[in-house]
Design a protein around this ligand. Structure first.
Ligand SMILES: [Zn+2]
Length: 444
């Protein structure tokens, strides 16, 4: 029999974690952080010295006590990609289980860097898997990684092959034929699996299921950046860009246009240094020949003092702090570093505001301060990494799953997914299952 436990990320955004029990073996997919709860709880500091119990209580990590009775059956912990809401809780939660971690080279490099930042020892062995390959858990359970596109390198869908059928875990993804880094989605394999008629269930993200579009390609974000960086008069002006530190495809485009402008490209901030190092370690990118990376606050401050009116036009800075986080470099430039911007220096937000009251307030405060200095602000130079309704429809058509379980989203998002599934003929409670955190579903 197959039983699925929705541990975290169901009817909320964050701390994704799902457990799939196949007879006597349990596979856990994702152990994520709740990023908003994390920020409120820690005020953006590290979590050093805080116990998993405290973090669970504060809703920062998933409440895995709901699968306590399965604890000794856990055979594998795996993850689809290296975003914090999928892997950030691994150093806190995984050591409770005597099971190996299965992840791609990039995700493994990021998990090791997080554990080292938090001064935690990761006792679980790490098994490395390449996209488009498989790992045998037992003689009749196999985990397959299917190459996918999103907003971070080496994203996969996970197919768990069992004697009862195939379970597909699709958190997170978009269907992008021009991803800038990495391959296109492996449509062929998805279609093959669909054609077996044996996909028992699809567990799928819901974040943008309510948007009746196909999410534009990362190639579109690259053209938006080209427009702003190469098509705006910027001579003599400082250019400051900010984006998601883990979005190496986006950063690659920024670096390439920065080179076209003959600017010295400087990365400022710890998380940019962390993801760049992980990407270089596994050979996805090679920025360090072209870019100077300054990691720590005191060195950042020292470097910024060197930039002034006479040399500002030589630089393109990539900085942390796209959501206006008070402890990140961009907020500090207008705060404690008291950086001397000149009027009409350029600030590019290559991101959206992730909707939450904290982010909206932080960004509002930051933009007010930037505007007061007479800067030119370019916002929303961005496309999402998440599937919208028409991508979701394609995925259902490719896989033809017997059951659908919407995950990773607040209620209005999972409901939007449900309305698409109903349109496709799925029946609530029979083949369409709405789970909440801590609930269980038996499939066969
Ligand atoms: Zn993600």
């Amino acid at each position: 029999m197959i039983e699925i436990c929705a541990v975290g990320g169901y009817t909320e955004i964050g701390k994704n974690m799902t457990a799939v029990k196949i007879d006597d073996h349990v596979i856990i997919i994702d152990m994520g952080l709740h990023v908003d709860n994390y920020i409120s709880f820690t005020n953006d500091e590290d979590l050093i010295g805080i116990s998993p119990q405290q973090l669970r209580k504060a809703g920062v990590i998933p409440d895995d006590t709901v699968i306590e009775k399965w604890k000794d059956k856990v055979a594998l912990i795996t993850t689809t990609h290296a975003h914090l809401d999928h892997i950030g809780a691994i150093p806190f939660v995984a050591p409770r289980y005597h099971a190996p971690l299965l992840m791609t080279p990039f995700a493994a490099a990021v998990v090791r860097a997080i554990a080292s930042d938090e001064e935690l020892k990761l006792s679980n062995p790490i098994e490395i898997i390449q996209p488009n390959s498989s790992f045998s858990v037992t003689n009749d359970i196999k985990v397959e990684f299917i190459s996918m596109t999103h907003s971070i390198p080496e994203t996969n869908m996970i197919a768990i092959h069992t004697k009862y059928g195939i379970i597909i875990y699709a958190l997170d993804f978009k269907l992008d034929d021009n991803p800038i880094i990495g391959k296109k989605p492996n449509y062929k394999r998805l279609e093959e699996l669909g054609k077996t008629g044996n996909v028992l269930a699809l567990i799928v993200e819901s974040l943008r299921a309510g948007e009746a579009i196909k999410t534009p390609s990362e190639g579109v974000a690259r053209e938006m950046l080209r427009d702003v960086l190469l098509g705006t008069q910027s001579e003599g002006k400082l250019i400051v860009t900010t984006t998601f530190s883990s979005h190496l495809a986006r950063i690659k485009s920024i670096v390439e246009f920065g080179k076209k402008l003959n600017r010295k490209i400087i990365f400022l901030g710890r998380s940019l240094a962390k993801y760049t190092a992980a990407g270089e370690e596994v050979g996805i990118i090679k920025f360090s020949d072209e870019v100077k990376i300054i990691k720590y606050g005191n060195q950042v401050k020292k470097f910024l003092k060197k930039i002034n009116k006479s040399n500002a036009g030589e630089y393109l800075l990539v900085v942390t702090g796209h959501q206006g986080e008070p402890k990140a470099t961009l907020a500090k430039m207008v705060g404690e570093y008291n950086f001397k911007f000149a009027p009409e220096d350029i600030i590019i937000f290559s991101c959206n505001i992730i909707p939450s009251p904290i982010n909206e307030e932080n960004r509002r405060k930051l933009e007010t301060k930037l505007s007061a200095k007479g800067l030119r602000i370019f916002k929303d130079i961005h496309v999402s990494g998440h599937a919208a309704r028409e991508d979701h429809r394609d995925l259902i058509n490719l896989l033809q799953p017997k059951n659908i379980i919407p995950a990773h989203g607040e209620q209005q998002m999972t409901s939007a997914y449900a309305s698409l599934a109903k349109e496709k003929g799925y029946k609530l409670g029979k083949t369409l299952h709405m789970l909440s955190n801590g609930s269980f579903l038996q499939l066969k």
